[in-house]
Write a protein that binds this ligand. Sequence first.
Ligand SMILES: *[C@@H]1O[C@H](CO)[C@@H](O)[C@H](O)[C@H]1NC(C)=O
Ligand SMILES: *[C@@H]1O[C@H](CO)[C@@H](O)[C@H](O)[C@H]1NC(C)=O
Ligand SMILES: *[C@@H]1O[C@H](CO)[C@@H](O)[C@H](O)[C@H]1NC(C)=O
Ligand SMILES: *[C@@H]1O[C@H](CO)[C@@H](O)[C@H](O)[C@H]1NC(C)=O
Ligand SMILES: *[C@@H]1O[C@H](CO)[C@@H](O)[C@H](O)[C@H]1NC(C)=O
Ligand SMILES: *[C@@H]1O[C@H](CO)[C@@H](O)[C@H](O)[C@H]1NC(C)=O
Length: 216
Amino acid sequence: MNPCLFLLFSLLLLLVTKTASQLGGDYRNGVTNKCLHKERLDLLLFKASLHDPNDTLSTWRSDEHDCCNWKGVTCNNQTCHVIGLDISGSSLGGEINNSLLNLTYLNHLDLSRNSFHGIIPSFIGSMTRLRYLNLSYNSFHRTIPLEFGNLTNLQWLYLGSVGSYRVDNLEWLSHLSHLEELQMDEISLAKQNHWVDVTLSLRKLSLLSLKGCELS
Ligand SMILES: *[C@@H]1O[C@H](CO)[C@@H](O)[C@H](O)[C@H]1NC(C)=O
Ligand SMILES: *[C@@H]1O[C@H](CO)[C@@H](O)[C@H](O)[C@H]1NC(C)=O
Ligand SMILES: *[C@@H]1O[C@H](CO)[C@@H](O)[C@H](O)[C@H]1NC(C)=O
Ligand SMILES: *[C@@H]1O[C@H](CO)[C@@H](O)[C@H](O)[C@H]1NC(C)=O
Ligand SMILES: *[C@@H]1O[C@H](CO)[C@@H](O)[C@H](O)[C@H]1NC(C)=O
Ligand SMILES: *[C@@H]1O[C@H](CO)[C@@H](O)[C@H](O)[C@H]1NC(C)=O
């Protein structure tokens, strides 16, 4: 090929590729706009209440249509519903917006290693599809919402170093009969005497970590 013609051809190819990728970045793996419109709005609303100093969620943009490609978002590859959210270690703070409740198929939520403070929102207890919940290494305070007793599908619960926490009543835990792993390091259990009975009642439990829980 004539070198000049080759150069022209290459430039043209580059232009076409670039335009295609600008047309939304939503043509990946041969799938266009996998993400459900409503769930994309729920995620954007959730992001709007967050404080994200390092711009970790920069891919979460209204002009980036396929939210299944956003950082930390996992979708079911058949129904396209958002089923997982892992935004751990992202220096995030601010409000945890209850728009998460509208992601009704979410079964995996990891908000660990961030800078969330205040109380753990009790609406998390209404996310009853959750099988995995990790809130460890944050700066929450006060006590675990009793509503967590509604999370009856939970198999993995990690609340270690969740902040400055104490648990006065562990009754909610006895409802989580599918729990396989429970980690509550650094949460004070000093004020309640039934932790042995409660954990013994969790028949599927195979991992229990209660370091620094001031057990009595
Ligand atoms: C869908 O995801 C599952 C695992 O989550 C995987 O095993 C399966 O191969 C995927 N199917 C398609 C069509 O990508
Ligand atoms: C976020 O930024 C701060 C300072 O700007 C830095 O110390 C920290 O390591 C960053 N965190 C992440 C997860 O990149
Ligand atoms: C969630 O976001 C909406 C809209 O920004 C706001 O009105 C609402 O108060 C927020 N809820 C929480 C729990 O932060
Ligand atoms: C959840 O979805 C409903 C229906 O679209 C909407 O009216 C409501 O504002 C949403 N709630 C939140 C908290 O995003
Ligand atoms: C929960 O989060 C912490 C902090 O990010 C991490 O070290 C731990 O491995 C997580 N637990 C599981 C089982 O994913
Ligand atoms: C969740 O738990 C709280 C406190 O245990 C209870 O009052 C509430 O009715 C429960 N909500 C649902 C939806 O089950």
